[in-house]
Write a protein that binds this ligand. Structure first.
Ligand code: NAD
Length: 491
């Protein structure tokens, strides 16, 4: 394991090709969630820094937009290679600042590499200069569709998968020919600034990529309001996403929003029980349950419920919770005190609302005193009207309910303001397909873990998303579409 030995961190803003302290010299303390200890004071940007970063990005856009897809692909490949070189350091910073175990931190870095490589391949194939000819019912005219970069893009990301959510925006934005201002979460800037340094090292022209750390109010809000920002790509909570969309309306800029979730895993009576236990465990406790895609609602066929619950409790009680760098640790702390107290508040409310607490519910025995640890927690008989069942908890808390029919399972799963993902566990292939199609969710996993390939799509129905990331959709989010109709010259 890679316990931290180099405790010197990047703490400055990266603007227009240079590292600098914020214009007002303000700093934000960054803590280690496993110990509560101070790690660093990171520059807290302000509207003044946003102004400089957007000006640099707008200037750089004039030339960057005309680079070929092939040229941009070379930068993206170079970024992937540099991230690979820094894999251990990035994974170390991720565990240190976010608290996720080293195994999960490495998965995140590998996802970043795969995402940059994928968008490098898409960039290589862009018909940027001439566009694609489309067939029209005319012999005199010729129509082409050109896809052009939309301009300066603001990329605003959360703390739960800091580098991954960044890569899912940054790689397609650069591939499309946009210039960007990245705003990392103020809670997890350390891995993000190391990633920014990796990106800066590949020699992009000044201003193409900028990173401004700071709070949502001081950096995020002025970025969204800025008239020279053409596009906002935001991942975070649904409430802040709504604010972003309202603010963006003033300048009518495009928005892509990846927001909250409250997703279900449906376990049918014919399910492979071992597989179901694995999938429920990962869907609830991976990243300490701090996942937009957590399948924290467990819907199980009535006759299977006692056996599934017994197996889950046994599994949850065996999960090793503790120092993310310690060998064998499977679950780290929550990201900070606020999140820790919020999740404990949900647990208390759940008990008050009549849900049956089966295991967990507080600090795990033996976990470091000052860290923000919560034991894997399982509730059964959760009332469908309770906040526990309806609200995003964002912690290691599974809520179980039984169902009697396939239709009931689908209806209960769909009864949510959110619609990000769902998992279906059944050995009946036809049923798996039928239920996958009936669920109001942007991603459905049938008998598979939550693997996310950059080639596919990411995003949800209802209040979970506006737009889609990954795949060609992720690229299109940063492009304008232009039709050019010309006269066909006689041959
Ligand atoms: P958050 O909404 O508090 O913050 C997200 C980002 O927005 C941060 O960088 C924050 O500083 C910034 N911000 C805050 N106020 C702002 C404002 N007024 N204008 C502009 N930016 C502002 O979310 P969080 O607590 O960091 O992350 C957790 C949330 O993210 C959860 O709801 C989770 O479901 C969601 N999430 C969604 C996805 C997805 O793909 N759908 C992925 C990861 C996380």
């Amino acid at each position: 394991m890679n316990a931290p030995n180099d405790m010197s961190f990047l703490t400055q803003l990266y603007i227009d090709g240079g590292w600098l302290d914020g214009a007002e010299g303000r700093r934000i303390p960054v803590l280690n969630p496993a110990t509560g200890a101070w790690l660093a004071d990171v520059a807290a940007g302000t509207a003044h820094d946003v102004e400089r970063a957007v000006a640099g990005a707008a200037r750089a856009f004039r030339a960057w937009r005309h680079t070929t897809g092939a040229a941009r692909a070379r930068y993206l490949h170079a970024i992937a290679a540099e991230v690979e070189v820094r894999r251990e350091r990035l994974a170390m910073l991720q565990s240190l600042n976010n608290g996720k175990p080293q195994s999960e931190a490495h998965m995140d870095v590998d996802d970043v590499i795969a995402t940059f490589r994928y968008y490098a391949q898409l960039a290589e194939r862009l018909h940027h200069s001439t566009g694609e000819e489309v067939s029209i019912p005319s012999t005199e005219q010729r129509a082409r569709i050109c896809r052009e970069p939309c301009g300066v893009a603001a990329l605003i990301v959360p703390w739960n998968f800091p580098m991954v959510t960044t890569a899912w925006k940054l790689a397609p934005a650069l591939a499309a020919g946009c210039t960007v201002v990245l705003k990392p979460s103020e809670i997890t800037p350390l891995p993000e600034l190391e990633l920014a340094s990796a990106i800066a090292s590949v020699g992009l022209p000044a201003g193409v990529f900028n990173a401004v750390t700071g709070t949502g109010a001081d950096v995020g809000a002025p970025l969204v309001a800025h008239p020279d920002v053409a596009k906002v790509s935001f991942t975070g909570s649904t409430g802040v996403g709504q604010t972003v969309m309202k603010t963006a309306a003033d300048t009518l800029k495009g928005v892509s929003l990846e927001l909250g979730g409250k997703s279900s895993i449906i376990v049918f009576d014919d399910a492979d029980l071992d597989l179901a236990v694995d999938l429920v465990e990962a869907g609830g406790f991976f990243n300490s349950g701090q996942m937009c895609s957590a399948t924290s609602r467990v819907l199980v066929a009535r006759e299977l419920a006692p056996r599934l619950l017994a197996r889950l409790v046994e599994r949850a009680d065996r999960i090793v919770v503790g120092d993310p760098f310690a060998p064998g640790v499977q679950m780290g702390p929550l990201v900070n005190r606020a999140q820790f107290e919020r999740v404990l508040g949900h647990i208390e409310q759940g008990i008050a609302d009549g849900a049956r607490l089966v295991t967990g519910g507080g600090r795990p025995a033996g976990a470091p005193e000052q860290g923000f640890f919560i034991a894997p927690t399982i509730f059964a008989d959760v009332p469908a009207t309770s906040a526990l069942w309806r609200d995003e908890i964002f912690g290691p808390v599974l809520c179980m309910r039984v169902f009697d029919t396939e239709q009931e399972a689908v209806d209960v799963a769909n009864d949510s303001n959110y619609g990000l993902v769902a998992t279906v566990v059944t050995t009946d292939e036809a049923r798996g397909e039928r239920v996958a199609r009936a669920l109001e969710a942007g991603v459905v996993w049938v008998n598979t873990p939550q693997v996310i390939y950059p080639q596919t799509s990411w995003g949800g129905y209802k209040r979970s998303s506006i737009g889609r990331e990954l795949g060609p959709f992720g690229l299109a989010a940063f492009q304008e579409t232009k039709q050019v109709l010309t006269l066909r010259h006689a041959d």
